[in-house]
Design a protein. Structure first.
Length: 90
């Protein structure tokens, strides 16, 4: 069963899709919005405060991603520390 939501306030959706603008947590779905989103096992296209696990992220601010291979690194390289000044893995 798929659930979709189109509104503007405090929503948690499991196994669905979300198109709105505030305080959303999505599991196994996709999010298209602009604020305070946590997504597990989904994809995100927005611009603020995002945590994604096992998904993909296309945004510009405050992102924590776990197990995302979008940078093309192997699992071994992914777990290496990053020298942010040089922009290279140590």
């Amino acid at each position: 069963m798929e659930i979709s939501v189109d509104l503007n306030s405090n929503i948690e959706v499991e196994y669905g899709s979300v198109n709105l603008n505030s305080n959303i947590e999505v599991e196994y779905g996709s999010g298209d919005l602009n604020s305070n989103i946590e997504v597990e096992y989904g994809s995100v296209d927005l611009n603020s405060n995002i945590e994604a696990e096992y998904g993909s992220v296309d945004i510009n601010s405050n992102i924590e991603v776990e197990y995302d291979n979008s940078d093309g690194l192997s699992d071994e390289e992914y777990n290496e520390p990053l020298d942010l000044y040089e922009g290279k893995y140590l």
